[in-house]
Design a binder for this molecule. Structure first.
Ligand SMILES: Nc1nc2c(c(=O)[nH]1)N[C@H]1C(S)=C(S)[C@@H](COP(=O)(O)OP(=O)(O)OC[C@H]3O[C@@H](n4cnc5c(N)ncnc54)[C@H](O)[C@@H]3O)O[C@H]1N2
Ligand code: MOO
Length: 398
């Protein structure tokens, strides 16, 4: 058995690189950019008119002229026009290219237009109502850095620089494997000794939220079946997330079978609660990472968030997030185990505070719904009200 800090460090030291893939812009949201994106033209690409009105040469206005004969209309989407006579003006629409020979735009509301002539009724400043070419970003400048998470705002930028396909870090393909003879499908009515396979669903949902593709399997506690299925699955998937069968029971075959199929154990059993019998390893030949979580629902659920989520972020070249939270309840952890206590975090006076939700042990699934994360409480320690402790979110808080 190893301390929690050591286990976490081993997991984070054993990340994998799944390379980069090109995806269509429509599927890129939530992915992590694997290329540096530069502008392919100036932003904006031309001197862009920002008000519907007229464009004039300011020097004519400066020399006292107030009446301008209108000689044409520049609409958004039409090629650049040219004003040949500085004593005249061209009507311009928002989004149009500013006509050559003009440098100032006056909006319709400040004009009196009669018989094709515009009379200026307000004071005019040179260069007004023009979004200057390249004033946001010159051509070739970096607009999106490699590694950032693509949100709808970045999608807009990618679209405007012509990136219909974008390189993103590939996320691993995950096999979710529930083990146990007692488990039955969700849609069945369980016999008294049977349990519906909830873990495989909560993990699938958590992966779904992370945008990770998954397939779900159920394996019985039968060594031969486990052996061939696990061997097969480690060839096809980047990650196996197992639940159950890792403790001390007579039918807890998973650790020995994982080793028998060529997987190296990196650790088994951690000084923590819940989640103590966690087994972690790697199949170096197949480059498969194996998270074999203890079967109790709270144990699988907690360990998924404690280990798998930061491991995934690191694989995707993201800095691990460390949230600290202030306790509003005291907790005497008198065990030599790191405790992960369900808690409800809320933002109060600009700081995150955690109310502890004392559930009914690792099998208590329903109290997980009342919590939005776990606080991490150090072993053999009296945690007082107001102490700052690490927080592992399991739901979106803001
Ligand atoms: N002698 C010892 N016994 C146990 C120890 C120990 O150290 N010594 N550790 C306990 C701890 S802590 C945990 S956690 C469990 C973990 O056991 P396993 O990983 O072997 O899990 P199972 O025995 O297969 O299942 C435990 C429990 O969870 C239910 N389960 C399993 N899979 C699912 C699923 N997909 N959906 C819903 N529920 C599931 C299963 O029915 C059991 O009730 O071991 C303790 N024992
Ligand atoms: O550690 Mo177990 O995961 O407490 O129930």
């Amino acid at each position: 058995m190893i301390p929690f800090e050591e286990a976490k460090a081993i997991v984070l030291d054993n990340t994998a690189n799944f390379g980069a893939i090109k995806v269509d812009l429509d599927t890129a949201v939530g992915q992590y950019l694997a290329e540096t994106v530069r502008t392919d033209r100036d932003f904006p690409p031309f001197n862009r008119v920002t008000k519907d009105g007229i464009a004039i040469a300011f020097e004519a206005y400066e020399s006292g002229q107030r009446e301008f004969k209108l000689t044409g209309i520049a609409a958004a989407g039409t090629p650049e026009l040219e004003l040949n006579d500085k004593l005249q003006a061209i009507e311009v629409m928002t989004g149009a290219m500013l006509p050559l020979g003009t440098d100032t735009v006056i909006m319709y509301e400040q004009l009196n237009i009669q018989d094709g002539t515009a009379i200026i009724e307000k004071t005019v400043k040179q260069g007004q109502n023009i979004h200057k070419q390249g004033s946001d970003e010159p051509r070739g400048s970096v607009v999106l850095e490699k590694g950032l998470r693509i949100s709808p705002a970045e999608i807009g930028v990618l679209a405007s620089v012509g990136k219909k396909q974008v390189a993103v870090y590939r996320k691993p393909k995950v096999a979710i494997i529930a083990t146990g003879n007692e488990l039955v499908a969700v849609e069945t009515t369980p016999k008294p000794h049977q349990i519906r396979t909830s873990n495989a669903y909560s993990i699938a949902a958590a992966l779904e939220e992370l945008g990770v593709s998954w397939e779900r399997f159920h394996l019985k506690d039968q060594p031969e079946e486990l052996k061939s299925a696990l061997k097969n699955l480690s060839l096809k998937f980047d990650v196996l997330v197992l639940s159950g069968g890792v403790s001390k029971g007579k039918y807890d075959y998973i650790p020995e079978i994982l080793e028998a199929i060529g997987t190296s154990k990196l650790f088994h059993r951690v000084q923590q609660r819940p989640g103590k019998p966690f087994w972690f390893g790697k199949n170096k030949k197949e480059n498969t990472t194996i998270f074999a979580f203890p079967g109790n629902p709270a144990s699988t659920f907690a360990n998924f968030h404690i280990y798998f989520v930061p491991w995934l972020y690191k694989c995707l070249h993201q800095e691990p997030e460390l949230h600290k939270i202030q306790l509003v309840d005291a907790f005497n952890n008198d065990l030599p185990l790191t405790r992960f206590v369900r808690s409800y975090a809320s933002l109060t006076k600009n700081r995150l505070e955690a109310k502890l939700i004392l559930g009914n042990g690792s099998g208590d699934l329903t109290s997980l719904c009342k919590a939005n994360g776990f606080v991490e409480l150090a072993p053999d320690c009296l945690h007082k009200i107001g102490d700052w402790v690490p927080f592992i979110p399991t739901k979106r808080i803001i």
